[in-house]
Structure formats: C-alpha cells, structure tokens
Design a protein around this ligand. Structure first.
Ligand code: PGA
Length: 252
C-alpha cells in the first residue's frame, strides 16, 4: 500500500490522474473502473486536459462505473450516467459502446447484476479501479453491513448516504432509496486500486479503513488485503494517518 499526501485537492487530483494516464500509456486497452462523487472531478478535469493536449487517448479503453441509482434514466441530471457524461465521457475519445454503467431502469434486478458481473469477467477484470470513499466507509454503494457483498448487487442506501447525497437532489426525499453497485469481489480483484480522498471530514474514516480491523462494517477496510493499493489524499484527509503513522505516508 502506498499513501501519497498532497497539500491541496488540485495537487492530489493531478497526482492521481497521473496514475491513470500511466496505466493507459502502458496498456492502451486498459479496463478502467470509474467512480462518481465530488472527489474525482478534479481528476477528470486533468484527464480531459491531457486528452485535449493530445497527450492521452482513451480510444482503446473500456470503462466500468461502480454504481447507478435504481429508477433513474441515464438522461436524469442526477443519474451517474449523466454525471459521467458531463464530467468525463463527453469530453474524451472513448467509444460510447466501451463506457459502461449499470442500467438503473432494469427492473429485473437479478439479471442486471449478473450481466454486469459477467461483463467485467468477459473483459478480464479491471486493470485500474478508481475509488472514492463514503463518509461511512462505503465503496461504490457497498454500505456497512454484517457481511461483504461479493457480487454486483442492488442495495438499500443507508440514511447517512441518503443524507450525504441529498446535497445533489435538493432534499432527502428526492434521493432514490436503492442503487446498483459493483460487488466487493470485482473491486478487490482489480489489478491496481487508486483511492482518492480529500477533506477533514474523511480523516477518521480513511484512517479506520486502512489501519483498523478488516470488517464489513467498514467496507473500505477490504482494501487492506489488495495487492496494489495507492491512496492519494490531501493533507486534511490524511491528517489522522500522518499523525498516527507518519512512516506510512509519502509527501508529494
Ligand atoms: P464524494 O463521495 O466523493 O462525493 O465524497 C464519495 C463516495 O460516497 O464514495
């Protein structure tokens, strides 16, 4: 595990984007796992800039998104499909057929989950998985629970997540109550995992995830067992780790 601490969000985003660019330069047909949320937006801006400067091409890449709300069509402004198009996919040269998200409108939940897992398997797994972390330690929408949910599944969002995401919907009532999420297995089996975390409000949960017990009550704690984990954080998010385990942190 590498933990890389940058002073600011911009520096953290540039560092993390550099890992994604290096992955694509090394293997142009990489399968990249993508995340939504506020944290990766700076990374996506950097990737778009490098594409516009002709330094990076996504033409052979495939992307697999972590999650999607149940019941929202792809053109709903709060759907994750919409978010990905707005923040990345519409601004780079990825082939539309190579950019994947769960279909939030599929009412056959079992079929949708199985198809998504089979898609990842058919691609040979994920080369690099980008992850944010929820305030409660969730990965994608794998929420704290009594066990890790290994396969892609449809989850009931926790009250904390509904509250956290209500900032995008205007009210808690408007937030969908269920979402599809890639399971823990395809995430943890990614050949490399790149986690990004910023802000003081994430300092305790990232510390608990990386240095506390591995438990489904803190889904991100599963990352302690993955062979190639890079965590890029800003100084605020990594402040507890820097205080408790300064030897574990690289300053960038
Ligand atoms: P955030 O969300 O990047 O908006 O903090 C992360 C997450 O919930 O996984």
């Amino acid at each position: 595990m590498r933990i890389i601490c940058s002073e600011t969000y911009e520096q953290m985003s540039a560092k993390a984007a550099g890992f994604i660019a290096a992955q694509i330069h090394t293997k142009p047909n990489s399968v990249i796992g993508l995340a939504t949320g506020s944290t990766p937006i700076g990374i996506y801006q950097k990737l778009i800039k490098w594409y516009e400067e002709d330094w990076l091409s996504f033409s052979k890449c495939t992307t697999i998104n972590l999650d999607e709300y149940c019941g929202l069509p792809a053109d709903h402004p709060q759907s994750y499909a919409y978010f990905m198009h707005e923040h990345l996919l519409d601004h780079i040269d990825i082939l539309p057929e190579n950019a994947h998200l769960p279909n939030g409108l599929n009412e056959d939940i079992h079929a949708e989950c199985e198809a998504y897992d089979n898609l990842v398997k058919s691609l040979g797994g994920i080369d690099l998985q980008l992850l944010g972390i929820g305030n409660n330690g969730h990965l994608g929408f794998n929420e704290p629970d009594d066990c890790f949910h290994m396969n892609t599944n449809c989850v009931n969002l926790t009250p904390e997540t509904i509250k956290a995401n209500s900032r995008f919907f205007g009210s808690e009532e408007a937030v969908p109550k269920k979402a599809f999420t890639l399971g823990i297995r395809p995430i943890a089996q990614a050949k490399r995992i790149l986690m990004v975390v910023n802000g003081l409000h994430k300092a305790e949960i990232i510390y608990k995830s990386l240095f506390g017990p591995v438990t489904p009550r803190v889904p991100a704690s599963i990352l302690q067992i993955v062979p190639d984990l890079v965590v890029c954080g800003d100084a605020e998010a990594l402040s507890v780790i820097v205080r408790e385990h300064p030897e574990a942190v690289e300053m960038f």
